[in-house]
Design a binder for this molecule. Structure first.
Ligand SMILES: Nc1ncnc2c1ncn2[C@@H]1O[C@H](COP(=O)(O)OP(=O)(O)OP(=O)(O)O)[C@@H](O)[C@H]1O
Ligand SMILES: [Mg+2]
Length: 271
């Protein structure tokens, strides 16, 4: 069963992409995923798994990092988007909120939000109100210099600024990073609200598997540049391997799927 608001329509499709940095470092080794309209899709995995690289490949931000998609294709609403620059993508309705909550530190909270509206016209005052409605804290701090607000507030500014472009699909990189658990809950709660009330589609990269699988509809688990498992979030939450390796429900610490595979191989050799 699909949750309310979700449809079978696929917005974003990543087909078997390979990404190489500096001409030699192969980081993504054939990643495929699909993001349904109106859903929250989680891209999970530990440090260096390739989550950020996947998001940057989608929004065409790899060039500045000497990275390149060398194989595969990326489609939005069935059309290839590999040649589109970030501004054209925003016009199509796709926007990325970068890892590390980038704000313009010397601008006020409100000025930061207004920079998000630059690519389009429309009723900017109404959009600001919409953002303040979801982030009442930002309304309270609208005149404060962004650099002096808390980490959680800066993450809200980064998401709020993206909302000002009226996106259809938001690529959200590691929203929980460096935030206290209560704030992580608050931010994910807002993501869920935006999804349910505004119909916003999310692809979110997260190391925090536990939180992400509680709020997402579907998840992909990346390890060393490959999708090692995917499924509805409710199924992944109950999967014994996911529980053991990503939800910290094992006594002997975190392992990787690769360890399991080599362990099984070893066992075969021994038996
Ligand atoms: N500009 C770059 N040049 C070379 N290698 C890079 C570059 N950016 C990332 N990498 C490498 O690519 C791999 C994937 O990195 P990526 O940032 O996509 O992982 P991630 O899943 O987002 O990790 P994290 O959870 O730590 O943010 C890592 O091994 C990283 O060292
Ligand atoms: Mg990352």
């Amino acid at each position: 069963m699909l949750d309310a608001g979700r449809t079978e329509e696929t917005l974003l499709e990543v087909n078997n992409i390979e990404v190489i940095y500096n001409h030699v470092i192969l980081v993504l080794k054939g990643v495929s995923l699909s993001v349904p309209k109106g859903g929250i899709t989680a891209l999970l995995g530990g440090n260096g798994a390739g989550k950020t690289t996947t998001l940057k490949a989608i929004s065409n931000l790899l060039h500045s990092e000497r990275g390149e998609v060398t194989k595969g294709s990326i489609n939005y609403r069935g059309e290839p988007i590999a040649e589109l620059d970030p501004a054209s993508l925003v016009k199509k309705g796709v926007i990325q909120v970068m890892e590390g909550r980038h704000c313009f530190e010397h601008l006020t909270v409100e000025e930061n939000l207004l920079t998000g509206a630059y690519t389009r016209g429309g009723d900017i005052a109404a959009d600001l109100e919409m953002v303040y409605n979801y982030f009442p804290r930002l309304k309270e701090r609208r005149k404060s210099q962004a650099g002096y607000t808390s980490g959680g507030e800066q993450q809200m500014v980064a998401i709020g600024r993206a909302l000002m472009s009226k996106p259809e699909c938001i690529l959200l990189d590691e929203p929980s990073m460096g935030l206290a658990p209560q704030l992580v809950e608050e931010i994910f709660g807002i993501v869920k609200d935006l999804n349910e009330k505004e119909g916003a589609t999310f692809l979110l990269a997260e190391q925090n598997t536990n939180v992400a699988l509680r709020f997402a509809h579907y998840g992909y688990i990346l390890e060393s540049g490959r999708v090692v498992m995917d499924g509805p979030a409710a199924e992944l939450r109950e999967n014994p391997d996911v529980k053991e390796f990503y939800l910290g429900m094992s006594d002997d610490g975190r392992k990787s799927f690769r360890d399991v595979r080599s362990y099984r191989r070893r066992k075969r050799w021994l038996s």
